[in-house]
Design a protein around this ligand. Structure first.
Ligand code: DX5
Ligand code: ZN
Length: 218
C-alpha cells in the first residue's frame, strides 16, 4: 500500500488566518492540506476558491494543496486553480460526463488529478481506464457539503473494493474521519486521510495527525 498522507481539512480552520493555520498544520506533521471548494450548486454551501488559494500559496511556499472540487462544472475551474498554485485537483465523477478528458485537462495544467465518489455512488462508477489515468481516488464517507458530519461506515467497503482493484493507487477518505473511525478506513486500504473537526478540534493536533498516520502504517 502507498505511504500514509494526512490532509487536514481547512474547512474546520479559522478562515481569518488561513495561511497561519496551514503553517500550523505543516508544523504539526501534515503532508498535505485539504481545501474544500463548494459552488453553492453541486452542494448547497459556498466556501472558497482560487483567489484565496493564490494568497495561501504565496504565504506558504511549497504547500501541497489537495483541492476537493465540489462544483457542478469541474472543467471550468482547472486553469484558475492551477494558476493559484493547486497541486491536486479532485473532481466528482457525478459532475462530469467525460472524466478522461477532464483528467487530461488537469494534467495539461501540471496538477495531479483525483476522482471522488459521493456516498450513493458505487465504486464501479470509477471505471478502470479512469482510475488508471487518475492519480488518486477519493471515497466520501459523508455527503459532501459541510464539515463535522457523522462518519458513514457503509461507505468503507468501497475503499476495499478500490484497493483490491488498484493496489498502488492513492485512495483518500474524507468525512467524519478521526481517531474513532480511522481503523476501519486503514484496514480497508485508504492511505490518504482527510480530517477536519478531529484535527482542528483537538487540543494537540499533532497527536491526532500522528495517530492517524500510525493507524495507516500498521
Ligand atoms: C465535506 C468535506 C470534508 C469535510 C471534512 O463536504 O469534503 O472535507 O470538511 O470535515 P470533517 O473531518 O469535520 O468531517
Ligand atoms: Zn473534502
Amino acid at each position: 500500500m502507498p505511504r500514509a498522507i494526512i490532509s487536514p481539512s481547512m474547512l474546520a480552520s479559522n478562515f481569518g488566518q488561513l495561511s497561519a493555520e496551514c503553517k500550523r498544520m505543516i508544523k504539526n506533521g501534515a503532508e498535505w492540506l485539504h481545501m474544500d471548494v463548494m459552488d453553492g450548486h453541486f452542494v448547497p454551501n459556498i466556501t472558497m476558491g482560487a483567489p484565496i488559494l493564490a494568497c495561501v500559496s504565496k504565504d506558504v511556499p511549497g504547500i501541497y494543496m489537495d483541492c476537493h472540487m465540489m462544483v457542478s462544472e469541474p472543467s471550468r475551474w482547472v486553469k484558475d486553480i492551477a494558476d493559484a498554485g493547486g497541486a491536486l485537483y479532485t473532481f466528482h465523477i457525478e459532475a462530469t460526463s467525460d472524466p478522461l478528458s477532464l483528467i487530461e485537462l488537469i494534467h495539461e495544467h501540471k496538477m495531479k488529478a483525483g476522482v471522488a465518489i459521493s456516498p450513493d455512488t458505487p465504486s464501479s462508477a470509477i471505471t478502470d481506464d479512469v482510475a488508471e489515468l487518475a492519480d488518486m481516488l477519493l471515497v466520501m464517507t459523508v455527503y459532501p457539503g459541510r464539515g463535522g458530519q457523522k462518519f458513514l461506515e457503509r461507505c468503507v467497503p468501497k475503499v476495499a473494493e478500490l484497493r483490491a482493484r488498484f493496489p498502488e493507487k492513492d485512495i483518500e477518505v474524507d468525512g467524519g474521519v478521526g481517531p474513532k473511525t480511522i481503523d476501519v478506513c486503514a484496514e480497508a486500504g485508504s492511505n490518504v486521510i482527510v480530517a477536519g473537526t478531529a484535527i482542528f478540534g483537538a487540543p494537540q493536533p499533532g497527536e491526532v495527525i500522528q495517530l492517524l498516520k500510525t493507524a495507516v502504517n500498521t
